[in-house]
Ligand binder design. Structure first.
Ligand code: DC
Length: 229
Protein backbone atom coordinates (compact mmCIF):
# COMPACT_ATOMS: atom_id res chain seq x y z
CA UNK A 1 0.00 0.00 0.00
CA UNK A 2 1.37 3.44 -0.83
CA UNK A 3 2.78 5.48 2.05
CA UNK A 4 1.62 9.03 2.37
CA UNK A 5 2.10 12.13 4.51
CA UNK A 6 -0.86 13.15 6.65
CA UNK A 7 -0.67 16.81 7.64
CA UNK A 8 -2.93 17.86 10.50
CA UNK A 9 -3.26 21.52 11.46
CA UNK A 10 -5.64 23.22 13.81
CA UNK A 11 -6.22 25.25 16.94
CA UNK A 12 -4.60 24.40 20.28
CA UNK A 13 -6.55 21.88 22.35
CA UNK A 14 -8.74 20.96 19.38
CA UNK A 15 -7.91 17.35 20.16
CA UNK A 16 -5.77 17.06 17.06
CA UNK A 17 -2.78 15.50 18.87
CA UNK A 18 -4.82 12.67 20.39
CA UNK A 19 -6.51 12.17 17.06
CA UNK A 20 -3.20 12.16 15.17
CA UNK A 21 -1.59 9.75 17.66
CA UNK A 22 -4.50 7.30 17.45
CA UNK A 23 -4.58 7.48 13.68
CA UNK A 24 -0.82 6.85 13.44
CA UNK A 25 -1.13 3.83 15.72
CA UNK A 26 -4.06 2.43 13.76
CA UNK A 27 -2.31 2.62 10.39
CA UNK A 28 1.24 1.89 11.61
CA UNK A 29 2.63 5.37 10.85
CA UNK A 30 5.09 7.48 12.84
CA UNK A 31 3.48 10.33 14.75
CA UNK A 32 5.31 13.66 14.99
CA UNK A 33 4.03 16.33 17.36
CA UNK A 34 5.54 19.59 16.09
CA UNK A 35 3.93 21.60 18.92
CA UNK A 36 6.08 19.57 21.31
CA UNK A 37 9.15 20.74 19.37
CA UNK A 38 8.22 24.42 19.85
CA UNK A 39 7.45 23.67 23.49
CA UNK A 40 10.83 21.99 23.98
CA UNK A 41 12.67 25.02 22.59
CA UNK A 42 10.62 27.23 24.92
CA UNK A 43 11.48 25.05 27.91
CA UNK A 44 15.16 25.24 26.99
CA UNK A 45 14.93 29.04 26.86
CA UNK A 46 13.18 29.21 30.24
CA UNK A 47 15.69 26.91 31.90
CA UNK A 48 18.75 28.63 30.52
CA UNK A 49 17.88 32.23 31.34
CA UNK A 50 17.09 33.06 27.70
CA UNK A 51 13.59 33.99 28.78
CA UNK A 52 13.93 36.15 31.86
CA UNK A 53 12.32 39.26 33.35
CA UNK A 54 9.36 38.88 31.03
CA UNK A 55 11.29 38.97 27.76
CA UNK A 56 13.00 36.67 25.27
CA UNK A 57 16.67 37.32 24.54
CA UNK A 58 16.47 36.62 20.80
CA UNK A 59 20.21 36.77 20.15
CA UNK A 60 20.91 34.24 22.89
CA UNK A 61 18.15 31.98 21.60
CA UNK A 62 19.49 32.12 18.05
CA UNK A 63 22.93 31.06 19.30
CA UNK A 64 21.47 28.32 21.52
CA UNK A 65 19.33 26.64 18.84
CA UNK A 66 22.08 24.34 17.53
CA UNK A 67 22.38 23.02 21.12
CA UNK A 68 18.75 21.92 21.32
CA UNK A 69 18.38 18.34 20.19
CA UNK A 70 14.79 17.19 20.10
CA UNK A 71 13.71 13.61 19.58
CA UNK A 72 10.75 11.34 20.23
CA UNK A 73 10.90 7.92 21.88
CA UNK A 74 7.99 5.65 22.76
CA UNK A 75 7.01 5.44 26.41
CA UNK A 76 7.65 1.88 27.63
CA UNK A 77 4.21 1.48 29.16
CA UNK A 78 1.89 3.41 26.85
CA UNK A 79 4.07 3.17 23.70
CA UNK A 80 3.08 6.77 23.00
CA UNK A 81 5.97 8.98 21.90
CA UNK A 82 7.54 11.10 24.64
CA UNK A 83 9.51 14.25 23.85
CA UNK A 84 13.21 14.32 24.72
CA UNK A 85 15.33 17.45 24.93
CA UNK A 86 19.06 16.78 24.82
CA UNK A 87 18.44 13.20 25.93
CA UNK A 88 16.15 14.07 28.86
CA UNK A 89 12.44 13.18 28.91
CA UNK A 90 10.61 16.54 29.12
CA UNK A 91 7.13 15.31 28.18
CA UNK A 92 5.54 16.43 31.43
CA UNK A 93 7.39 19.73 31.78
CA UNK A 94 6.56 20.98 28.29
CA UNK A 95 2.81 20.64 29.03
CA UNK A 96 2.83 22.99 32.05
CA UNK A 97 1.43 26.53 32.18
CA UNK A 98 4.81 28.31 32.16
CA UNK A 99 5.72 26.81 28.79
CA UNK A 100 2.14 27.39 27.54
CA UNK A 101 2.45 31.08 28.39
CA UNK A 102 5.66 31.54 26.40
CA UNK A 103 5.43 29.12 23.52
CA UNK A 104 3.46 31.31 21.10
CA UNK A 105 5.91 34.24 21.16
CA UNK A 106 8.81 31.77 20.79
CA UNK A 107 7.03 30.03 17.89
CA UNK A 108 6.48 33.41 16.20
CA UNK A 109 10.24 34.00 15.83
CA UNK A 110 11.24 33.42 12.17
CA UNK A 111 14.63 31.83 12.98
CA UNK A 112 12.98 29.36 15.38
CA UNK A 113 10.44 28.36 12.71
CA UNK A 114 13.12 28.01 10.05
CA UNK A 115 15.16 25.71 12.27
CA UNK A 116 12.23 23.50 13.29
CA UNK A 117 10.58 23.35 9.85
CA UNK A 118 13.86 22.03 8.39
CA UNK A 119 13.98 19.35 11.11
CA UNK A 120 10.36 18.39 10.43
CA UNK A 121 10.92 18.10 6.67
CA UNK A 122 13.86 15.82 7.35
CA UNK A 123 11.76 13.64 9.68
CA UNK A 124 9.05 13.19 7.03
CA UNK A 125 11.28 12.44 4.05
CA UNK A 126 10.49 8.72 4.03
CA UNK A 127 6.70 9.36 4.30
CA UNK A 128 4.49 7.12 6.44
CA UNK A 129 4.01 9.92 8.97
CA UNK A 130 1.19 11.74 10.69
CA UNK A 131 2.45 15.21 11.61
CA UNK A 132 0.42 17.72 13.53
CA UNK A 133 0.92 21.43 14.10
CA UNK A 134 -0.14 24.80 12.68
CA UNK A 135 1.70 25.09 9.38
CA UNK A 136 2.17 21.49 8.30
CA UNK A 137 -0.19 21.63 5.31
CA UNK A 138 0.77 25.20 4.39
CA UNK A 139 4.56 25.33 4.93
CA UNK A 140 6.17 22.06 6.02
CA UNK A 141 4.48 19.65 3.60
CA UNK A 142 2.29 21.63 1.18
CA UNK A 143 2.22 18.56 -1.09
CA UNK A 144 0.97 16.17 1.61
CA UNK A 145 -1.48 13.65 0.17
CA UNK A 146 -3.98 14.16 3.01
CA UNK A 147 -4.41 17.51 4.79
CA UNK A 148 -6.79 18.16 7.63
CA UNK A 149 -7.78 21.32 9.50
CA UNK A 150 -9.20 20.56 12.94
CA UNK A 151 -11.11 22.96 15.14
CA UNK A 152 -13.66 23.29 17.97
CA UNK A 153 -15.10 26.28 19.86
CA UNK A 154 -12.71 28.11 22.29
CA UNK A 155 -14.96 27.21 25.26
CA UNK A 156 -14.91 23.51 24.48
CA UNK A 157 -11.16 23.57 23.92
CA UNK A 158 -10.56 25.40 27.23
CA UNK A 159 -12.64 22.84 29.12
CA UNK A 160 -10.69 19.98 27.51
CA UNK A 161 -7.43 21.62 28.57
CA UNK A 162 -8.67 22.07 32.17
CA UNK A 163 -9.63 18.38 32.30
CA UNK A 164 -6.27 17.36 30.84
CA UNK A 165 -4.32 19.42 33.38
CA UNK A 166 -6.50 18.20 36.24
CA UNK A 167 -5.80 14.60 35.26
CA UNK A 168 -2.10 15.42 35.61
CA UNK A 169 -2.65 16.93 39.06
CA UNK A 170 -2.34 20.59 37.98
CA UNK A 171 -5.02 22.94 39.30
CA UNK A 172 -6.09 25.72 36.96
CA UNK A 173 -8.99 28.11 36.61
CA UNK A 174 -11.25 27.70 33.58
CA UNK A 175 -11.25 31.48 32.91
CA UNK A 176 -7.46 31.59 32.94
CA UNK A 177 -7.22 28.69 30.52
CA UNK A 178 -9.89 30.17 28.22
CA UNK A 179 -7.92 33.41 28.11
CA UNK A 180 -4.74 31.47 27.27
CA UNK A 181 -6.54 29.57 24.47
CA UNK A 182 -7.86 32.85 22.98
CA UNK A 183 -4.50 34.58 23.28
CA UNK A 184 -2.74 31.68 21.57
CA UNK A 185 -5.34 31.54 18.76
CA UNK A 186 -4.75 35.24 18.15
CA UNK A 187 -0.94 35.05 18.13
CA UNK A 188 -0.90 31.82 16.10
CA UNK A 189 -3.19 33.12 13.37
CA UNK A 190 -1.86 36.67 13.06
CA UNK A 191 1.91 36.10 13.13
CA UNK A 192 3.82 36.83 9.94
CA UNK A 193 5.72 33.55 9.70
CA UNK A 194 3.70 30.39 9.10
CA UNK A 195 0.39 31.68 10.48
CA UNK A 196 -2.30 29.15 11.35
CA UNK A 197 -4.70 28.91 8.44
CA UNK A 198 -6.42 26.20 6.48
CA UNK A 199 -4.13 24.86 3.76
CA UNK A 200 -5.31 24.69 0.19
CA UNK A 201 -7.14 21.42 -0.30
CA UNK A 202 -7.39 20.69 3.45
CA UNK A 203 -10.54 19.02 4.78
CA UNK A 204 -12.14 20.82 7.74
CA UNK A 205 -13.10 18.85 10.83
CA UNK A 206 -15.02 20.68 13.58
CA UNK A 207 -15.19 18.22 16.44
CA UNK A 208 -17.16 20.40 18.90
CA UNK A 209 -20.14 18.09 18.75
CA UNK A 210 -19.02 14.71 17.49
CA UNK A 211 -17.90 11.65 19.44
CA UNK A 212 -14.35 10.27 19.27
CA UNK A 213 -15.75 7.15 17.56
CA UNK A 214 -17.46 9.22 14.84
CA UNK A 215 -14.28 11.21 14.36
CA UNK A 216 -12.20 8.06 14.02
CA UNK A 217 -14.56 6.52 11.47
CA UNK A 218 -14.50 9.72 9.40
CA UNK A 219 -10.69 9.84 9.51
CA UNK A 220 -10.26 6.24 8.41
CA UNK A 221 -12.63 6.92 5.53
CA UNK A 222 -10.49 9.86 4.39
CA UNK A 223 -7.26 7.89 4.76
CA UNK A 224 -8.63 4.88 2.86
CA UNK A 225 -9.95 6.98 0.05
CA UNK A 226 -6.50 8.55 -0.49
CA UNK A 227 -4.40 5.38 -0.29
CA UNK A 228 -6.80 3.40 -2.49
CA UNK A 229 -7.07 6.12 -5.10
O1 DC B 1 -0.07 22.16 19.55
P1 DC B 1 0.51 22.82 20.81
O2 DC B 1 -0.52 23.52 21.63
O3 DC B 1 1.36 21.90 21.59
O4 DC B 1 1.48 23.96 20.21
C1 DC B 1 2.23 24.77 21.06
C2 DC B 1 2.51 26.11 20.40
O5 DC B 1 3.41 25.95 19.30
C3 DC B 1 1.30 26.88 19.89
O6 DC B 1 1.29 28.17 20.45
C4 DC B 1 1.51 26.98 18.42
C5 DC B 1 2.93 26.64 18.17
N1 DC B 1 3.12 25.79 17.00
C6 DC B 1 3.48 26.38 15.83
O7 DC B 1 3.60 27.59 15.78
N2 DC B 1 3.71 25.62 14.73
C7 DC B 1 3.56 24.30 14.77
N3 DC B 1 3.78 23.58 13.66
C8 DC B 1 3.16 23.67 15.97
C9 DC B 1 2.94 24.45 17.07
Amino acid sequence: MKKIIIAIDGHSSSGKSTMAKDLAKEIGYTYIDTGAMYRAVTLYALKNGIIADGRIDEEKLRKALPDTHISFRPDEQTSRPDTYLNGVNVEKEIRGMEVADWVSPVAALPFVRKNLVAKQQEMGKAKGIVMDGRDIGTMVFPDAELKLFVTASPEIRAQRRVDELKAKGEQTRYEEVLENVRKRDYIDSTREEGPLRKAEGALVLDNSNITPAEQKAWLMEQYNSVVNE
